[in-house]
Design a protein around this ligand. Structure first.
Ligand SMILES: Nc1nc2c(ncn2[C@@H]2O[C@H](COP(=O)(O)OP(=O)(O)O)[C@@H](O)[C@H]2O)c(=O)[nH]1
Ligand SMILES: [Mg+2]
Ligand SMILES: [Zn+2]
Length: 293
């Protein structure tokens, strides 16, 4: 791991992990976060607030985040979102391009320097004028899993979560709904990792708001009727940990597609194709987190 000892006149601290990098660095030497984040943050003259979207591989993080950013920048629900730096638009651009050609975007690469980061300035058009500087990276689920099972393999994840003002945890409702214990256990591990990273005193419950998003709820529509009840039944371990350790948590059902078609790839694997994009419950978890920052 790089321990930089550059003097302050010729270096800048990374926004995420605080390691010093040379002025012309494109990504941080230590955690690979884009250094453009610093320039944006300095220009804003406010501390950016980081909302991290986490979850297992294949739960739908990329699709969710891309759709969320796209809805925000289309002024959905009176939000105004301005991307800071053209690199911020890449995630949204990729997701929408794939969905509009009736495909899901490809898997996020495990390598940190391949992740797409988005830095948006978000505000409500009507209510007051509080502006949130949101930094949201699209992480690979495998990296999250590796970091959770052996901490410090992906330093950027820990640094990000330490700095996060809020988190959105995605859980695969379709899998949980058919009785797989995997989503419950993975989310349980993630929440206890988060608890360890954020905890100040052992017995205080954590104040950081965590929205738990039940993704792919189109597969199990009952989720929309009562997300809490769905979680208590199908994600009981997670529910109990949340209740014990987190002061602010809430469950939300979301889905991006309205109908799916199926086809096979060249290896005869069955692949779902999004025939019709119909986002449901995308903004609610985000609004809920913002209201608690
Ligand atoms: N039915 C349904 N499937 C989804 C939805 N969102 C994602 N998926 C499926 O989940 C897969 C993984 O999504 P992705 O966003 O790449 O997951 P990530 O690994 O967490 O970033 C996609 O290829 C789709 O097959 C959704 O809203 N509904
Ligand atoms: Mg992804
Ligand atoms: Zn860094």
């Amino acid at each position: 791991m790089a321990t930089t000892t550059l003097p302050s006149a010729t270096s800048v601290p990374c926004l995420i992990c605080e390691a010093r990098n040379s002025l012309d660095a494109v990504t941080c030497d230590t955690c690979f976060a884009p250094m453009a984040l610093i320039q944006e943050a300095v220009a804003q003259d406010r501390d950016p607030c980081i909302v991290t979207v986490i979850g297992d591989s294949n739960v739908g993080k990329t699709v969710y985040l891309g759709m969320l950013l796209d809805m925000l920048s289309k002024r959905a629900d009176d939000f105004d979102a301005v991307p800071k730096g053209a690199y911020s638009v890449n995630l949204q651009h990729t997701v929408i391009t794939y969905l509009s050609s009736r495909q899901f975007p490809p898997k996020t690469a495990m390598e940190v320097d391949q992740w797409l980061w988005a830095y948006y300035q978000v505000s409500r058009r009507k209510q007051g004028n509080r502006i949130y500087d949101l930094v949201m990276p699209d992480m690979a689920g495998e990296a999250v899993a590796a970091e959770v099972s052996s901490p410090r393999t992906f330093k950027v994840i820990r640094s990000l979560l330490e700095k996060s003002s809020g988190a959105i945890l995605l859980v695969d409702a379709a899998l949980a709904g058919v009785g797989s214990p995997q989503p419950d256990f993975f989310a349980l591990k993630l929440m206890s990792y988060l608890d360890g990273v954020l905890a100040t005193k052992r017995d205080d419950r954590l104040k950081t708001p965590v929205a738990i998003v039940l993704s792919k709820a189109d597969y199990c529509p009952e989720c929309f009727d009562n997300p809490r009840a769905f979680a208590q039944t199908n994600l009981n371990r997670l529910w109990n940990l949340c209740e014990n350790r987190f002061e602010h948590f809430e469950f939300f059902a979301t889905s991006v597609v309205g109908s799916l078609g199926y086809g096979a790839d060249e290896y005869e694997n069955v692949i779902p194709y999004p025939l019709h994009v119909a986002p449901r419950g995308i903004l609610e978890p985000f609004e809920w987190v913002l209201a608690r920052l």
